[in-house]
Write a protein that binds this ligand. Structure first.
Ligand SMILES: [Cu+2]
Length: 158
């Protein structure tokens, strides 16, 4: 008897949570729709990044500071990714992990930014929007050994 009562109460709680989540979700969607018609979408600068074995090319070396919509196109045959670091270090001098095959995303002299464009398969693209305050950034593919083989580019936000 007690078990039945508890199970019933549990279901009621779950149902309430589900309703709460649904309500929350639709409210968020409405907000997002409203905002999409406003300033953020039109204000975001655009940058095209092309990845391949083994290079990172950007459509511009300089972007306006602020939100930047980055379209990451993988023109290579293998998977790549795009990771953005704020840094004043030379393009080939980023701190490396102990294994020595990747940039240490927590390393000294670099600040790792989110989001990343991860797991971009050959021949596909992903789009991310990154907030870039005025400063110097390195766009890197941080899959094992890819940075070391030349997958990096400098972008300056002004
Ligand atoms: Cu790569």
């Amino acid at each position: 008897m007690n078990r039945t009562v508890r199970a019933g109460a549990g279901l009621a709680v779950l149902a309430a949570a589900a309703i709460g989540l649904a309500g929350c979700g639709s409210g968020t969607t409405r907000d997002a729709t409203t905002k999409a018609g406003g300033a953020p979408a039109t204000n975001a600068a655009q940058l095209a990044v092309t990845l391949k074995e083994f290079s990172v090319e950007t459509s511009a070396a300089t972007v306006p500071a602020g939100d930047v919509k980055v379209t990451v196109q993988n023109d290579g045959k293998i998977e790549h990714e795009l990771v953005v670091f704020r840094t004043d270090l030379e393009a080939v001098s980023l701190p490396m992990t102990a294994a020595g095959d990747r940039v240490d995303e927590e390393g000294t002299g670099v600040t790792h930014l989110d989001p990343e464009a991860e797991g971009v398969a050959g021949g596909t693209s992903k789009t991310i929007t990154v907030a870039l305050p005025k400063g110097r950034y390195l766009f890197v593919c941080n899959l094992a050994a890819h940075y070391g083989q030349g997958m990096h580019a400098v972008v300056t936000a002004v």
